[in-house]
Design a protein around this ligand. Structure first.
Ligand code: FO1
Length: 319
């Protein structure tokens, strides 16, 4: 039975840091994480789900510490041999990582639900937090750029986010539905708050909000929704958030983040946690604003930001 007290909407590396802080701050079963699957793709005959794996590896304590994705203590014997024989080298799949992709891909091909596959993989890593794909359907983030229409990993990894983006498409999300498990989490009788992780709003959170019945359920959950801004002093910690926001004509700062979420889902946010460096923007943000040091480099940082979102008092609540 999925009955969390806190639900986190999360993408990859940046969001996984807060996922870890919350996982270590809450008793088993109190946290459920809804993860973006818009980055998922087929590669070398494997179904790759990068954000699900980043969250799982991070909570399991086996993620590559510097990269924030892939495994620690990894080897690349398979990839080296594949590249020697002319295979693609742009998407680095390590040997330990490969075991998980093989397990998932075998079941994916048997039409098992991604939610069930994920639950079994999570159990194998002895992780007690519920990790849920945002949908069992196939969705794909694609980017209309000056280098043409690109699949997500082609843009993000192969081309290192260099192309100029004109528009982002969240393909398949309009007809996608949340899984029964996501509905269970968002209608948990114990639910106290929903947190939006400091992931890339346009690439990691927007796909989740683009699933119609999921975003409706967020608002009808009747609990405070708190976002953690992924920018500090107008800069992203990692990744293309600022470049993307500027290319799409948005204000690349805490205010712009608030406006992006509010434009996508009117009235979505009850509160936003911004960095103390951006405190001067608070008066321009139309919801409760709390400030803290949001940079998460150490475990203590992750716990601090997690505590801030758990303690943030918001007027909203169950009607
Ligand atoms: N990101 C890279 O920048 N380079 C890679 O070679 C790469 C390989 C990779 C393999 C498995 C996996 O789960 C993630 C991987 N990532 C890689 C990260 C991934 O592309 C991005 O972090 C997410 O899709 C963005 O959130």
């Amino acid at each position: 039975m999925i009955a969390p007290r806190v639900v986190l909407l999360c993408g990859g590396v940046g969001g996984a840091k807060l996922a870890l802080g919350l996982d270590r701050s809450l008793p088993p079963g109190d946290l459920a994480i809804i993860v973006n699957t818009g980055d998922d793709f087929d590669h070398l005959g494997l179904r790759i789900c990068p954000d699900l794996d980043t969250v799982l590896y991070t909570l399991a304590g086996v993620v590559h510490p510097e990269q924030g994705w892939g495994r620690a203590d990894e080897t690349f014997t398979m990839l080296d041999e594949l590249v020697r024989r002319g295979g693609p080298d742009w998407f680095r799949l390590g040997d330990r990582d490969l075991a998980l992709h093989l397990q998932r891909s075998l079941r994916w091909r048997r039409d098992d639900r991604l939610t069930e596959i994920t639950a079994d993989l999570v159990a194998q890593f002895d992780v007690h937090t519920t990790i849920l794909p945002m949908t069992d359907g196939i969705v794909a983030t694609r980017l209309d750029t000056d280098a043409g229409m690109l699949d997500f990993q082609d843009y993000f990894v192969r081309r290192r986010c260099a192309p100029v983006v004109r528009k982002i498409h969240y393909e398949g999300t309009r007809s996608a539905v949340m899984s029964p498990e996501v509905l269970q989490a968002l209608s948990s009788p114990r639910l106290e708050r929903i947190v939006i992780a400091p992931s890339n709003p346009l690439l990691s959170i927007a796909p989740i909000l683009s699933i119609p019945d999921l975003s409706d359920q967020l608002r009808s959950a009747g609990v405070p929704i708190i976002a953690v801004a992924p920018l500090i002093g107008g800069r992203a910690i990692k990744g293309p958030t600022v470049k993307l926001m500027q290319e799409l004509g948005m204000q690349a700062d805490a205010c712009g983040i608030y406006e992006f979420y509010t434009d996508r889902c009117a009235g979505l946010l009850d509160a936003i946690l911004i960095d103390t460096a951006d405190g001067h923007q608070a008066s321009k943000i139309g919801c409760v604003v709390a400030c803290t040091d949001t940079l998460m480099q150490t475990m203590a940082d992750r716990l601090r930001v997690a505590q801030s979102v758990l303690e943030l008092s918001v007027k909203g609540g169950r009607p």
